[in-house]
Design a protein around this ligand. Structure first.
Ligand code: CA2
Length: 150
């Protein structure tokens, strides 16, 4: 059976492609989901691609990833990156690789975006590649979990 990876997106990312295209590009979250499906498929991986504006729902989904024995998890925690100990605690329970992803290079932006709780448990961090970073993160995660390109 195909291994499944979770790709979680935090608050306001549902508006991707509709605001600040100079920072975040023109792709919508629907476009990003398609990119992720196509990329994961190359590696024979299934995906659960989700977005929530609610911290608790993101925590529930991380716990679900644990329950269904997901093979790995990619998260763009958005503003919860620097505030959510609840998300950090949930991620700490996972035994599989966690990849933190940001569309922009948070280290070149305001200092308040740079102190990430999620980085404390992330096996790798992807930042600044625009929405193409999602495809790069899937390829990197595939390598970590031994999923070979078809
Ligand atoms: O660069 C990233 O991916 C961020 O995680 C995006 C977050 C920001 O708080 C982080 O510091 C960096 C913001 C998400 C807002 O999403 C929108 C993007 C485009 C248009 C509207 C909302």
């Amino acid at each position: 059976m195909a291994q499944t990876i979770f790709i979680l997106n935090g608050p306001n990312l549902n508006l991707l492609g509709t605001r600040e295209p100079e920072k975040y590009g023109h792709a919508t979250l629907g476009d990003v989901e398609k990119l992720c499906r196509a990329t994961a498929d190359r590696f024979g991986l299934g995906i659960e691609f989700r977005q929530s504006n609610s911290e608790g729902e993101l925590v529930d989904w991380i716990q679900e990833a644990l329950t269904i024995k997901a093979a790995g998890l990619i998260i763009n925690p958005a503003a919860y990156t620097t505030t959510s100990i609840a998300i950090l605690d949930a991620l700490m329970m996972l035994k599989v690789p966690v990849i933190e992803l940001h569309i922009t290079n948070i280290h070149a932006r305001e200092s308040f975006r740079q102190n990430s709780y999620v980085s404390k448990v992330a096996k790798a961090v992807m930042a600044g590649f625009g929405t193409n970073g999602y495809a790069l993160a899937i390829a990197g995660l595939a390598g970590m979990i031994g999923a070979k390109e078809k």
